[in-house]
Design a protein around this ligand. Sequence first.
Ligand SMILES: Nc1nc2c(ncn2[C@@H]2O[C@H](COP(=O)(O)OP(=O)(O)OP(=O)(O)O)[C@@H](O)[C@H]2O)c(=O)[nH]1
Length: 514
Amino acid sequence: MVLADLGRRINSAVADVSKANVVDESVISGLLKEICNALLESDVNVKLVSRLRNKLKATIDAQDKPGVNKKKLIQKAVFDELCDLVDCHQSEIFKPKKKQTNVVMFVGLQGAGKTTSCTKLAVYYQRRGFKVGLVCADTFRAGAFDQLKQNATKSKIPYYGSYTETDPVKVAFDGVEKFKKEKFEIIIVDTSGRHRQEAELFEEMVQIGEAVKPNQTIMVLDASIGQAAEAQSKAFKESSNFGAIILTKLDGHAKGGGAISAVAATETPIAFIGTGEHVHDLETFSPRQFISKLLGIGDIQGLMEHVQSLDLDQKDSMKNFSEGKFTLEDFQTQMGNIMKMGPLSKLTSMLPGGLGQMMSQVGDEETSKRLKRMIYIMDSMTKQELKSDGKIFIEEPTRILRVARGSGTSVTEVELVLMQQKMMAKMASSTKGMMGGPGGAGMPGGAMNPANMQRAMQQMRSNPGIMQNMQNMFGGAMPDMSQMFPNGMPSQQDMMGMMNNPQMKQMMKQFGMG
Ligand SMILES: Nc1nc2c(ncn2[C@@H]2O[C@H](COP(=O)(O)OP(=O)(O)OP(=O)(O)O)[C@@H](O)[C@H]2O)c(=O)[nH]1
């Protein structure tokens, strides 16, 4: 992940403070020095780094009063200042309105990811019920229209472009007019990033802007742009007055600090981040979620949004779970949902604390392979077996052999699936009393109420086996929960979502916490 190195270095600098016996001036100046070096080496603009240092120092000095836990004060100050670095405190980012035409124009340097991001954004809004069209106004780069056409066709998004018209302003205007007549609600215009020279590119952008009068202009910025980010983004700001930034290629390994500088230099908010080449690899940007992920605290909210944005098959199995049951068929449904959730590494990076890193050590491929074999096993079961609670296999063990042969797996693997389903069923029956009535707190089958949540956490803490596993998982020391959730303990909604998240359950099982 971009800025991963920055996150690691800042984390270790803050950890050093936590280990210090006395937090005096020298410890604090050591912390500030390490954080500033890490930011500078990540390509963050020197003026921004100096500003952050001064604010951090002032905050720590101002709040350092007798009785204040200085270590926690420093952790929170560092977290807040980093959030401030990527948050330009703009008011509400442009939100398209239903039943109106919203024209969105994309600008940016060549290869930044405009065409890809146009399609991603089109799919993002289409999934939210908008009627979306794509216009290719890049008449400079050969193949630009074909690329947009291919992307749009694959995602079933109507598109407009021309193989013959060479005037990008005319193509843009005609395309927008066409979609306006057909009552499209969002019309996204992709422009060229390549030009003989930038002056022509900017001139063309101004003309296209005058022709299509966009409600929103978005600058697409490649996170690996480095120190050039500030000058480039300022130049685009002057010509196209973009109102939001899409930061692409954050899944890469670039330093990424230059992009942060662009946000500050243009005082323009990052609306979305691109996290891969796939059309669904677009995430809304939230400074606190971004910094939480950067510092390895996890991004529970992002994980919940990701799970909720997928049309996962949650109906019966969640109802069963809330009634204390969990059949093999429910298990099969949940496994199928996990496979729908996309690259496991992206999800695990949102898991708090060391959980994500731990999961990523197993690796996408291996985890995915194991899940697939579990699904093959359940696909080889009869309806009666799937609807059962698994006892049928104990009464007639030859069924295990038949399923193993039918799924091309082993008896041991089938037994493992049965054991995991049994664990889940036990979890379902133990949480049965904790779920509110159906529809409670808006969660399917109700939500765990605070008192029961507390009891569940106490049960976890009082069970030496679970605690030992937790400590093994975190390398011997239980993390300070407040450090994992700097925005305060997640709401019961988040915790419930996390506890019910099949990915989390699968992972808890792997670490013996199932
Ligand atoms: N890993 C990764 N690759 C991305 C991302 N966004 C775009 N890309 C890739 O970046 C390359 C350039 O993307 P394009 O969408 O063609 O860029 P462009 O700005 O339209 O390029 P021009 O039209 O030539 O100016 C393609 O290979 C994309 O797949 C991202 O978030 N992550």
